[in-house]
Design a protein around this ligand. Structure first.
Ligand code: BES
Ligand code: MN
Ligand code: ZN
Length: 490
């Protein structure tokens, strides 16, 4: 599929399907659309009326002009109220268009949507993202694809000639999102610590990043007792991944991104019980997937920022070697942890990753983790929790997320709640009371960062979607990649 930009006038465009946006309450065709309507004996306006199309956001109607015409079909897509037009409106509208056009067996598609905020570059980028993310289908584990419709061959973004660079930028970002979706969607017998390390190797090789993989012995030397405590029940070797992107010129900033990389979370000896969704726990490396996805995108976008992409990868399993509930682990900053619940393993792996990142002398650290069910209870499945003591980083991340349509919401870091993690025998326990569980998890992580500005995103909800929503299909969303990229570039 090729996406290209053109300034061909709407009335001169020829191809299978022409898609046009209409604002809510403004479905009376005017200007070029009136001429188009007139050319086809008023059929467009007639069907808009007959189908009671109002321009409600993301609604579509298809009008057949006839197989022998220069345009065979028109798709009208609703844009909602004009004053509410956002880039996200365009991403979602174009996702509806792309899906509808594919169902209509469209091979050549022309899309005419309004330019957002007089910014054709941002518009072309958003349209490309919406199209590519919506049309992605994961057929790796099907012996035969279910969708038998042909792929769309070319898509013309009408009125956006000259925006080729924005389209390329979107391609690069989407390649990272799709990598993250693929890693998250693949089951734990396909994506392991070993394949995650191989994926990092492939990114390093393709896009010129440096890679360091710390093996178990290296982690032992660094005293990563928390990470290794989780890893000890697995039959697979732990892999501590550190990918480094360095710009050709001097770096303006130096950043670290950390992702939770638990390729399967059984809970350990505190095994996940009925109704806990153990069968979905292949997605527990969604933070690491977003980190690798961002690395893939940044390796192509090449900003003037040095970025360290870090993940301590293992699985949380059960065996005679497993941690006992109550075991005491020593993390690489010397702090001791009483593991009162082996199912709170993510924070143990992150503890050593945070200590490692803090020693790199970076300007800021952001971690992403499918850390707590409590965060999903608090914010629902679409919104990630943002936890940070640093107002500046909070506002940077909020701005970055807002520009992408990924939803994050700042949660309080209530210091008093750390009392819930007090241990009679060690420096802290790894879990506290049931209530406020996403906050105590964040307060636990804070113990492993000294002075570096740091933020934690709990992505347990948005890493996965139960049903299709906008440009995300049902399943892995690749959440976090676009926010990270936007934050790094800003
Ligand atoms: N990976 C889970 C968190 C999770 C839950 C992610 C649901 C996605 C959906 C994490 O390791 C975990 O098990 N957390 C426990 C913490 C508890 C033991 C304090 C939880 O949320 O129940
Ligand atoms: Mn767990
Ligand atoms: Zn987990």
């Amino acid at each position: 599929m090729t996406i290209q930009a053109t300034n061909t006038a709407l009335l001169d465009w020829t191809g299978d399907t022409l898609a046009v946006g209409l604002f809510e309450g403004a479905v009376e065709l005017t200007g070029d659309l009136a001429s188009l309507n007139h050319k086809y004996a008023g059929i467009c306006q007639e069907i808009i009326a007959e189908e009671e199309f109002t321009g409600k956001a993301n609604s579509t109607i298809v009008i057949r002009l006839g197989a022998t015409n220069s345009v065979r079909k028109v798709i009208f897509v609703g844009l909602g109220k004009p004053d509410a037009l956002k880039l996200e409106t365009l991403r979602r509208a174009v996702a509806s268009v792309a899906r509808t056009a594919k169902k209509q067996k469209t091979k050549t598609l022309g899309i005419s949507l309004p330019v957002w905020n007089n910014d054709p570059a941002a518009t072309a980028q958003a349209l490309t993202e919406g199209i590519e993310l919506a049309l992605y289908q994961d057929i790796r584990f099907k012996s035969e694809p279910e969708d038998k419709n042909p792929n769309i061959e070319t898509i013309d973004l009408i009125g956006l000639a000259g925006q080729e660079a924005a389209i390329t930028r979107a391609d690069q970002i989407v390649s990272g999102v799709i990598l993250a979706r693929q890693l998250v969607a693949a089951p734990a017998n396909a994506v392991t610590s070993i394949t995650m390390a191989e994926t990092a190797q492939a990114i390093a090789h393709e896009h010129g990043l440096q890679l360091e993989i710390l093996e178990q012995e290296d982690c032992e030397k660094l005293g990563m007792g928390a990470f290794l405590g989780v890893a000890q029940a697995s039959d697979l070797p732990p892999k501590f991944i550190h990918l480094i992107y360095k710009p050709a010129t001097t770096a303006k900033r130096k950043l670290a991104i950390i992702g939770k990389g638990v390729t399967f979370d059984s809970g350990g000896l505190n095994i996940k019980g009925a109704g806990s969704g153990i069968e979905t726990m292949k997605m527990d490396m969604g933070g690491a997937a977003a980190t690798l996805g961002a690395a893939k995108a940044i390796g192509q976008l090449k900003p003037d920022v040095e970025v360290h992409f870090i993940s301590a990868v293992t699985e949380n399993m059960i065996s005679g070697k497993a941690m006992h509930p109550g075991d005491i682990l020593t993390a690489s900053n010397g702090k001791t942890i009483e593991v009162n619940n082996t199912d709170a393993e993510g924070r143990l792996t992150l503890a050593d990753a945070l200590v490692y990142a803090d020693k790199l002398g970076v300007d800021a650290i952001v971690d992403l983790a499918t850390l707590t069910g409590a965060c999903v209870v608090a914010l629902g499945e679409d919104i990630a929790g943002l936890f940070t003591p640093d107002d500046a980083v909070a506002s940077q991340l909020q701005t970055a997320a807002d520009s992408t349509g990924e939803k994050i919401w700042r949660m309080p870091m209530e210091d008093k709640y750390f009392d819930g993690l007090k241990s009679g025998i060690a420096d802290m326990k790894n879990t506290g009371p049931r209530y406020g569980g996403s906050i105590t998890a964040a307060l636990f992580l804070k113990q492993f960062v000294k002075d570096t500005p740091w933020a934690h995103l709990d992505i347990a909800g948005p890493v996965w979607a139960d049903k299709e929503n906008g440009y995300n299909g049902a399943g892995a969303t690749g959440f976090g990649v676009r926010t990270l990229v936007s934050w790094i570039l800003s």
